[in-house]
Design a protein. Structure first.
Length: 244
């Protein structure tokens, strides 16, 4: 029986080089310089290295824009919200690993005790918000998906009420484009062809140009290489452009 090759985990220095490369590649001139790290966070948390979300936090708080407790609290709210959204597409354990790793680094004065979903309720308002965001991402494609799940209604209910109602349609901390960037990165890093195609298309539908989506995919591929993952099954934005 052959031995399993030893895995050498990437270091914090390796991670910092990755973030520099992503920051340089990301289309910040059109999408804003405050979004690249959301792609990194979501891709890392869906990868084999969720603890390196803490390296994202370390990398950012060393920058001039995060010299105050208030700025670091805002940063962690955004990272935390990205992780919360990732629960709906990845599961709870990896986002927990990531937030525990971040929490170890937080100074007491930087801790943010806000609770984004403290007053969340199921019901008509949640349903309408979830369905509305589903329609924005899927448009006419939603009927085909619903038909495919006609004999598996639990999954369509989860999509409307939980995935979109509870998680993805809440744009109080991360806006629509930011939310879709998180979803795209968190799904693509799992090498899932069908759902990646849906959210390449969805990212285009919320207003991101095809050129920028291609750059974002290249950023996700950088994370995959960092984590020694293959993304050989996923399409590119050019493959779905005719569906937009």
């Amino acid at each position: 029986m052959g031995s399993i090759p030893k895995y050498e985990a990437p270091t914090r220095d390796d991670a910092f080089k990755l973030f520099q490369n992503i920051e340089n590649k990301f289309p910040g001139k059109t999408l804003g310089d405050d979004k690249w790290y959301l792609v990194a966070v979501a891709a890392l948390v869906g990868s084999t290295e969720p603890e390196h979300v803490a390296s994202v936090y370390q990398y950012l708080i060393s920058k001039p824009g995060f010299t105050t407790s208030e700025s670091r609290q805002l940063l962690v709210r955004r990272i935390r919200e990205a992780l919360v959204k990732c629960v709906s597409i990845i599961g709870v354990c990896k986002p927990l690993e990531a937030i525990f790793a971040v929490a170890k680094l937080e100074r007491p004065e930087d801790r943010d005790y806000s609770f984004s979903r403290q007053h969340w309720k199921s019901g008509l308002e949640n349903h309408e918000r979830g369905v509305g965001w589903l329609q924005a991402i899927y448009k006419g494609n939603i009927k085909k998906i619903g038909d495919s799940l006609a004999a598996h209604k639990d999954f369509f209910w989860i999509s409307e009420e939980i995935t979109y109602g509870l998680y993805l349609s809440d744009h109080t901390i991360l806006g629509p484009i930011e939310t879709e960037l998180v979803v795209l990165a968190g799904i693509m890093i799992q090498n899932l062809p069908l759902e990646t195609a849906w959210h390449l298309r969805g990212t285009r539908r919320v207003g991101v140009s095809s050129e920028d989506v291609e750059c974002i995919q290249q950023c996700i591929e950088m994370v995959a290489e960092f984590c020694r993952l293959s993304l050989h099954r996923v399409p590119r934005v050019a493959d779905i452009e005719h569906e937009v």
